[in-house]
Structures are given as C-alpha cells and as structure tokens.
Ligand binder design. Structure first.
Ligand SMILES: Cc1cc2nc3c(=O)[nH]c(=O)nc-3n(C[C@H](O)[C@H](O)[C@H](O)COP(=O)(O)OP(=O)(O)OC[C@H]3O[C@@H](n4cnc5c(N)ncnc54)[C@H](O)[C@@H]3O)c2cc1C
Length: 577
C-alpha cells in the first residue's frame, strides 16, 4: 500500500479546491496535493452559467453593503452576518483577481466587466433589481474553472486525478490525512498530511429532478459526518425555478435577468401576485413555491405540471450573445427553438445551503462554540459558513467557493508552518478496506440503481419544496428501510480496475446518510424559513427558531443541537419582495 506525505491535501478540484490550492502553491516550500474523483475541469463548477455577484458598480451605483443586505434577507435572516460581510467585501477583489488571471468576462462597450441582473439582488436595500452579476456569456463557471486550473498547473500543484476519497484519518482529535482509491488500479492509497481541505461540492443527487451532475453525492459531507463532525442546517435545500421539464437540467436565472418571464397556463405573469416589486427576479425559494402553487391550483400549462419560460421578446441577437448555451440546451433536450417558442420548466433541486460547519477562515468547527478541529478545513458547497442561511441568492455560490476557498488556502499555509506531520494510526485504511471488500463480496438481491431511484423518489415526494410532518415521518421510515436493504446490495463488477460499480455503491451510502440528515433536520424544524417550507407550520418563528441546526451522529442515532446566528448589521424583518 502506498503512503504519500504532504503538508496539505485538498479533496476536490472545483472552484473552492482549486483556489485553495493556488494560495498554497504560492509557498514553494509546501507540498500540496489535490485529489479529485473527476478530471479537474469536469467538476460541477464548470457548469455554472449565469454569473458571479460582486458590487463592482460598473453600470450603476452599487455597494457591498447592499449586496450584504440582499444576501442576509435572501437567506431569511439565518445568515451569519460576519461571514456575509466577508463574502460581499471580498467578492470585489476576487472578481478583479480572476480578471487579472485572464478570465474572459463579457464586457461593456467601454471594456469594463459587464454585469446583469439576478434574483434577489437589489439597489438601495430592496428598491429595484441591480446589475451585479459578472459573467462570461452563460459559461461563467467553465471560464472560472479553466482559469484556476491553468494557474495551478503553472504553479506546479500536484494533481491526483481520478483518486476517489473514501475516508478521513483523525488521530486524537486532529487531522492526520485521508484514504483514497486510485480508480485506474483499484488500489488504496494513504495520504498523510498536516491539513486537509474538504471541497467535494454538493449533493443534489438525493433528489430525482435535479440540476446536479451524477457525481454530486456529498462524499465529503457524509464522510465528515461519519467521523463525528456535525452537519449544519441540512433542512435547507434550494430548488431552482427553471429546470427543463422532467429532466431537471438547469436553465440559468440569467434568462430572467436578461428579461425573460415566467407564465402560467393562462398566459399570466403570475409573479405579479407573489412578488410585485421584483417579479421574476424574486429569490428562488419564493418563485419555486409560487410555481408549485400555480400548478396545484390547476394553472399549469394544459393542466400539466409545468409552466412556461418566455424569452422570445429578447430577440435572437441578445440570446446568441448572452445565452448561447441555453439556446443550444433547449434545442437539444426539448426540441424547441426558444427564439420562437416558450420553454416548459419546473423547479429543480439545485443547491445545498447546509453542510460541514466552518468559521470564516474555513476551519471546520465541531460545536455551538465554534471550536475548530485542528487541521481540518472545508470550503465550497460542501461547507456551511453560513453565508446563505435559509436560501442562497443566485451568483452567490461562485463568490462563496472562491472567497472561502482562498481564505482556507491562506489559513492552511499558516497552519502547516506551525505544526508537525502527525503520526498515522496502525492500518489507517483498515475500515475502508473492510467496506470495499464487503461490497465486492456481497451476494445480496438488491441493486444500487434500484435503491438510488427509490431514495430519489422518496426525497422528491416528501422533502422537496413543501414539507409536512406525516410526509417527513414516512420519508424517514422509508430511508431506514433503504439503509437496511443497502446492506444487501451486490455488484455486477467485482474487478479492481475502473470499478465504477463499486464507487457508485459507496456514493449511494453517502446519499442515504445525507438524505436521512436532511429529513431528520426538516422534521425537527417546526417553522417555515427560506427554502424550508412546512405546510403545517407556515410562519417564520424567530422567537424559537432563529438558530442553526447542528446534527450529530451518536451511537447509531441522530442528535440535534443548536448554534446561535451571528447578527451584526441587519435585524430580522419581514421578508417582502
Ligand atoms: C448547472 C449549475 C449551474 C450553476 N450556476 C451557478 C451560477 O451561475 N452562479 C453561482 O454562483 N452558482 C451556480 N451554481 C452553483 C455552483 O456552481 C456550485 O455550488 C459550485 O460550483 C460548487 O463548487 P465546489 O468547488 O464546492 O464543488 P464542485 O465544483 O462541485 O467540485 C467538487 C469536486 O470534488 C471532487 N470530489 C467529490 N467527491 C469526491 C471524492 N469522493 N473523492 C475525490 N474527489 C471528490 C470532484 O471531483 C470535484 O472536483 C450552479 C450549479 C449548477 C449545478
């Protein structure tokens, strides 16, 4: 078995992992490794379309304080405001740094970075939409990922491509490394390290209709949970209003940012009734709920469970210049020319607000007092710092992954200089080897595909946009049964090399844990806030629930604790748009 020694190991090569690696690579004496189960530029960051938010004020007046207010209000006041302040201040320098690295942003006629409108982003504390999203057509994430990857290659970062992270090694309460499987050979490798960053992205694959890629199975989140780290605010999962009907493939909010409209089956612009000021640019939680209500009340298109997104009036030139990939997607997947016809859409599971709790330096914290676990960091969608609170605004995830990826990298560099390489325990890969061999040798009747399908359907039915006690309780018991059946899955491929069957079985295990954490936390929170909407408790309840959930795995069961919300500038108000 190979043992590698590094100062810092980063799991994940999306925007968060790459920017952290870039910061660490500025210290040539440090040994840094990035492990990724995907080839780095295939990470989900590369699919981000609409843009990255920063108050550059290139086209109209804007301030980071306005951005911060929108972020806090958008998150239904569950946002930690010290973190949101960092997010919105540092967004500006982050975007300029990307520009200086060579990212080809779309430009204004004078050559400045162009900016467009996005949901929930306003001027003067809610007055009207503001142009804040910086973008490169509808391929912003692709450009970010390519730019950061090139910089990392230039700085000689060590990449371990197609290494699948399977366990975190903790020794006496501090980080000592990770266990990973080299996909090509099927061999386990141990990486001994002073510090580890988890940057494994989201877990939208717990749902059936989702914008998330096949690989978004929450590996880092689940492994941290299994190793005793709590998960924060798992009940908050965002549905994006415009997924392609039945497929869930995302159509960026920038389609509405550029002027597109949502229409119900009667041709009515229904958002006028739900959000008279921001209309189709209200936050996503609000629009997704409105869409479900329209459909439920019989105003879907032709009595079906979808609505229409109309961009015809934007004209072909604007669409070709600003939304070229969308034009292509809609033609390919729906067979519709959106310059001439309307597009059938439905809300799609999109973004995890919850995850591994961290402080504003990216250090993973293990309790309500924010006690850090020495050497362990998390950033990006797998982390919860919490800048998004109960609901994330569009364009704020790209900011989050870059700002906090960067801060994590900087703090890790300090940590490495102050600490020695910890000793490894005996057989650090023992538990992983046992689980791999259990799966390879199991002859049970269940298949991974079937269980995953049932899991996704359960989550879609009971833990989606609307939730209530009975549904959540039945979801929890269904998940319990699925976990039992998971013990009896058998694989078709029992070989070593490129055994994706084995890795998908591992991923299903993570999805099951995460789905259970989501449902348990949702059942526990008896109020409605942000993306967590309880039909049986339809009001926000600040007196009892203005607090973060921390969910722990204890002796086979689950236990909830709470952490206060950090409020600095903006007191909770009623949320109107
Ligand atoms: C279709 C789509 C469009 C979006 N558009 C926007 C947008 O316009 N603006 C915006 O702000 N946000 C957008 N988002 C959200 C945003 O893109 C993501 O939240 C963000 O990119 C996540 O970045 P990340 O670095 O945390 O993880 P990712 O980019 O998802 O990368 C995760 C990395 O972890 C690695 N990994 C995972 N598990 C393992 C394992 N077990 N072993 C080894 N490696 C592992 C993967 O290989 C990958 O490299 C969009 C999301 C989607 C799905």
């Amino acid at each position: 078995m190979t043992v590698h020694k590094f100062d810092a190991v980063i799991i994940g090569a999306g925007g968060a992992g790459l920017w952290a690696a870039l910061e660490l690579s500025k210290h040539p004496d440090l040994k840094v490794a990035v492990l990724s189960k995907l080839y780095p530029v295939r990470s989900h960051t590369g699919t981000a379309q609409g843009g990255i938010g920063a108050a550059l004020a290139n086209l109209e007046e804007d301030h980071w304080e306005w951005h911060m207010f929108d972020t806090v209000k958008g998150g239904d006041y569950l946002v930690d405001q010290d973190a949101a302040e960092v997010l919105c201040r540092e967004a500006i320098e982050t975007v300029y740094e990307l520009e200086h690295m060579g990212l080809p942003f779309s430009r204004t006629p004078e050559g400045k970075i162009d900016q467009r409108r996005f949901g929930g982003h306003t001027k003067n504390y809610g007055e009207a939409p503001v142009r804040r999203s910086c973008y490169a057509a509808d391929r912003t994430g692709h450009m970010i990922l390519q730019t950061l990857y090139q910089q990392c290659i230039k700085n000689n970062v060590n990449f371990f491509d197609e290494y699948h992270f399977l366990d975190l090694i903790l020794v006496e309460g501090r980080t000592a490394g990770v266990v990973a499987l080299e996909i090509k050979s099927g061999e386990l490798n141990v990486f001994q390290a002073k510090t580890v960053l988890l940057a494994t992205g989201g877990f939208g694959k717990i749902y059936k209709i989702t914008s998330n890629a096949h690989s978004l199975t929450g590996d880092g989140v689940s492994i941290a949970f299994r190793r005793g780290i709590p998960l924060e605010d798992m009940e908050f999962f965002q549905f994006h209003p415009t997924g392609i009907y039945k497929l869930g493939i995302l159509l960026t909010e920038a389609m509405r940012g550029e002027g597109g409209k949502l229409l119900n089956g009667e041709g009515e612009r229904f958002m006028e009734r739900y959000a008279p000021t921001l209309l189709d640019l209200a936050p996503r939680d609000l629009i997704s709920r409105a869409m479900y209500l329209e459909i439920r009340e019989g105003r879907g298109v032709g009595g079906n469970d979808y609505l229409h997104l109309d961009v015809r009036h934007l004209g072909k030139n604007v669409i070709l210049a600003k939304l070229p990939d969308m034009l292509d997607f809609v033609r390919t997947y729906v067979g519709v020319d959106m310059t001439q016809e309307m597009v059938p859409v439905q809300p799609t599971a999109h973004y995890a607000m919850g995850g591994i709790p961290t402080d504003i330096e990216g250090r993973v914290v293990t309790d309500e007092k924010n006690t850090p676990l020495p050497g362990l960091y998390a950033a990006g969608e797998c982390a919860c710092v919490s800048v998004h609170g109960g609901n994330r605004l569009g364009t704020n995830s790209l900011v989050d992954i870059l700002v906090f990826g960067r801060r994590s990298g900087r703090d890790m560099a300090k940590f490495v200089k102050d600490n020695e390489l910890p000793e490894l325990p005996k057989e650090p890969e023992g538990a992983t080897r046992a689980e791999v061999s259990r799966l390879l040798n199991s002859r049970g009747p269940e298949t991974v595909g079937k269980l995953r399908e049932e899991l996704q359907q359960t989550m879609q039915d009971y833990a989606g946009v609307f939730r209530e006690e009975d549904g959540l309780a039945s979801a929890l018991s269904a998940l319990g049964e699925l976990k039992q059946r998971y013990r009896r899955v058998s694989l078709q491929d029992r070989g070593k090399k490129f055994n994706t069957d084995l890795l998908e079985a591992m991923e299903l295990g993570y999805l099951l844990d995460i789905a259970e954490a989501t449902v348990y936390s949702a059942q526990n929170r008896t109020e409605s806030r942000g993306a967590h909407w309880r039909e049986d408790f339809p009001k926000r309840d600040d007196a009892n629930w203005l607090k973060h959930t921390l969910l722990y795995r204890k002796d086979g069961g689950l236990e909830v604790k709470y952490k206060p919300v950090t409020i600095t500038k903006f007191q909770p108000q009623e949320r109107k748009y």
